[in-house]
Design a protein around this ligand. Structure first.
Ligand code: GRF
Length: 194
């Protein structure tokens, strides 16, 4: 399965997915990185890992439709079959949703439907939940609202800080995302229950 990974930031999940493909834990080809922040660290990772990338500045387009059309033409030229969001800090619009219906997956650092949107880890800590986790779901037009594919729970310890919780969440994500994608691809895109 040829995948494009979309990311906006550090890209530790991007790195974990590429490593999993190379270690044959994930039967997929990371064909392209798509990044909406040209200076993001994930672009450096793509360079070191020798993965092609397409970076763009949304502000230099007149609308989301315009930049998504540009993304779509890149995806077509790299023969991308699935879009994998990994810290892409932007809602996917109708241009990409229509072209990749049921073939866009996201990872979110909470047990959805709790704490959607920005800073889910901070939201969970300030609410005081004792259990949080990671959700992998199909993407629809909403903010972290699509059908849930798999979830993994993580305990919030009494002395937990945002840094320590983020570390635990990332550690889980880096194995959980490749493992779940492997199941999705084996099921040819059908939702799987972990
Ligand atoms: C991850 O925690 C992911 O769940 C969320 O954004 C974060 C991205 O981290 N959607 P990184 O850039 O992969 O390190």
């Amino acid at each position: 399965t040829r995948i494009a990974i979309f990311a906006s930031g550090s890209g530790s999940n991007f790195q974990a997915l590429v490593d999993a493909c190379r270690n044959e834990l994930l039967d997929a080809t990371p064909a392209l990185l798509v990044c909406d922040k040209p200076g993001a660290f994930v672009v450096e990772r793509a360079t070191s890992l020798d993965i092609p990338y397409f970076t763009f500045a949304p502000k230099s387009y007149s609308s989301k439709q315009e930049f998504e059309k540009h993304i779509l033409s890149e995806l077509k030229s790299y023969e991308v079959e699935f879009i994998i969001l990994a810290g892409y800090m932007r809602l996917i619009g109708p241009t990409l949703l229509d072209a990749y219906k049921g073939r866009i997956v996201n990872i979110h650092p909470s047990l959805l439907p709790a704490f959607p949107g920005l800073d889910a880890v901070g939201q969970a800590l300030s609410y005081g939940v004792k259990l949080t986790g990671v959700t992998i779901h199909f993407v629809d037009e909403g903010m972290d609202t699509g059908p849930i594919i798999a979830q993994e729970a993580i305990t919030v310890d009494p002395d937990e800080t945002k840094e320590s919780l983020e570390k635990k969440i990332h550690k889980t994500e880096h194995t959980f995302y490749p493992k779940t994608l492997q199941q999705i691809f084996a099921n040819k895109g059908e939702a799987v229950i972990k």
